[in-house]
Design a protein around this ligand. Structure first.
Ligand code: SAH
Length: 207
């Protein structure tokens, strides 16, 4: 498939990621009037002023996770559900949180229709899902002003968090949790990126 070839050319080499992205039909995660652009390497608008991440960004974050099948993964920012579906197709046990009800209400049944089986939650990604943790991996798909402490607490020792940190523009960080203390982390930097912001205030009312 053209898109997967493009991802390989851009340096994605993790077979688990490439196979998953070859399998997930991205056009089914878009508004129908935009679906003809589904396999171009670009972010596109979804409802509520949000965006579905660019395929190369989804691939890059998924590769940085370095996750083995059956690992427990928390995703913050379900959005269209595309990244969620890719994680499911990689054989992971996926828990995903979205703060906007309008998106949650569209995406949860969409994933069910397509036979992906993540656990979807409407809630605040800053708080995570303490009752379902700890997680082997955590992936944040919106730009966080800083690394949320609650999320770090929900990561297993030895676990990995992939998170864009910053304001307007963010830096992609891969954080390895090396121990239980607040400073027991190893931070690896993977360059600038542009995500919609991770928002604090819950907005259950849609727009
Ligand atoms: N992975 C998604 C990306 C969607 S954009 C996709 O590929 O479609 C980021 C999403 O993060 C948006 O849907 C936005 O509503 C959500 N978001 C922003 N702040 C959040 C928070 N504090 N908790 C949970 N989700 C949040």
């Amino acid at each position: 498939m053209e898109m997967v070839r493009h991802l390989s050319e851009k340096g994605i080499s993790d077979r688990r990621v490439l196979d998953a992205m070859a399998e997930v039909p991205r056009h089914l995660f878009l508004e129908t009037m935009l679906d003809y652009m589904a396999y171009e390497d670009r972010a596109l608008p979804i409802k509520c002023g949000q965006t579905i991440s660019q395929p190369s960004t989804v691939a890059f974050q998924s590769e940085l996770l370095d996750a083995d099948p059956a690992m427990k993964v928390l995703e913050v920012g379900t959005g269209s559900g595309y990244q969620t579906a890719v994680l499911c197709a990689m054989g992971l046990k996926v828990f995903t949180i979205e703060r906007q009800k309008e998106l949650y209400d569209i995406t949860k049944p969409r994933l069910e229709r397509l036979h992906y089986r993540p656990k979807c939650f409407l809630g605040d990604g800053y708080k995570g899902l303490p009752e379902y943790g700890p997680f082997d991996r955590i992936i944040i798909t919106c730009g966080a002003p800083e690394v949320p402490k609650d999320l770090l607490d929900q990561l297993k020792v030895g676990g990995v968090m992939v998170i864009p940190v910053g304001g307007q523009q963010q830096e992609m960080l891969r954080i390895v949790k090396t121990g239980d203390g607040p400073d027991d982390t190893l931070r690896q930097r993977y360059g600038d990126c542009n995500f919609v912001p991770m928002l604090e205030k819950l907005d259950y009312g849609g727009k």
